[in-house]
Design a protein around this ligand. Structure first.
Ligand code: 2HA
Ligand code: ZN
Length: 281
């Protein structure tokens, strides 16, 4: 096995870390779906210290980067993140340049880069939305780990032709494929159009994350959260699939629909509780 000795610790090579491999695989897959053109999209993944220190020296940070929004609740926590301006297409061939492992400082006012983000790169431009969303999702669900932002093509298209009311948006998605209600009975949050990369959009996104695992940014993309990469990616691909169906229907006359009564029976059969005020019986 490829190992290196730094100080008294014995490290396996970082690129062998399952969390780096998972990030490389999922970014490649998302790029091949056409969702993450150019530098579009970003991911942050909360890691256990025990797992990090098997592969990465946590004693000597490479650099410290101040935050413009303090995140005291995340102090001491470790994340792997995609880099700002980096292309998902390139992660798989050079993880160390395009990803970074960092720790939030003890006062929550900066991040310490422990690995990656080579050549002076910095964490994703959407770090505010990521960190603020992590804080809200951790309150709602202690098993929460991942925030994933992507430019899912059909979800973006749908934000031009569909009402942006989140209850109506959720209902339409539930109606497009039978599985949707089972996968996201809690529905989809929607914020107004805002300038990306700002602390304001971070606060608006995190505000929705109190109640939702998913937040749509109109005419831009989607923020999706979850406990594992499979669950988080599975959620976004299910939503994108429903949006594809919506766009394929393209406003043509629907001869039949899944009724609210049928959706209610579905929820009962799969033991999920649909968000209130959406199904009308
Ligand atoms: O990383 O997707 O929202 C580029 C973006 C900004
Ligand atoms: Zn984006």
């Amino acid at each position: 096995m490829n190992t290196s000795v730094i100080g008294s610790q014995n490290y396996k090579a970082p690129v062998e870390a399952p969390f780096i491999q998972e990030m490389a695989e999922i970014t490649h897959h998302m790029w091949s779906l056409g969702w993450d053109e150019l530098n579009g999209g970003n991911i942050s993944y909360l890691l256990d210290e025990d797992e990090v220190v098997k592969y990465i020296n946590n004693k000597n940070p490479l650099r410290t980067i101040p935050l413009t929004f303090p995140v005291t609740e995340l102090a001491g926590k470790y994340f792997i993140v995609t880099g700002s301006g980096k292309y998902f297409r390139n992660v798989i061939k050079d993880p160390e340049a395009n990803l970074g492992v960092l720790r939030v400082s003890d006062n929550g006012e900066s991040v310490e880069i422990l690995w990656g983000l080579r050549d002076g790169a910095v964490p994703t431009s959407e770090l505010a939305s990521h960190f603020m969303s992590h804080m809200e999702r951790l309150k709602a669900d202690p098993s929460h780990r991942i925030v994933l932002h992507t430019h899912a093509t059909n979800v973006i298209a749908m934000t031009f032709t569909h009402d942006l009311d989140e209850l109506k948006f959720t209902k339409t998605l539930w109606q497009m494929c039978t599985e949707c209600l089972v996968v996201f009975p809690d529905g989809i949050g929607v914020i107004p159009w805002m300038v990306p990369g700002s602390n304001e959009i971070g606060r608006a996104t995190a505000g929705k994350m109190k109640d939702y695992r998913v937040v749509v940014w109109p005419h831009h993309g989607i923020f999706v959260t979850g406990a594992t990469m499979d669950a988080t990616f599975g959620l976004v691909e299910t939503i994108e699939k429903a949006a594809i169906v919506y766009n394929l229907i393209g406003g043509r006359e629907m001869k039949q629909k899944i009724t609210d009564q049928e959706l209610t029976e579905l929820a009962k059969a799969f033991k999920v509780t649909p968000r209130e005020k959406i199904l009308i019986l």
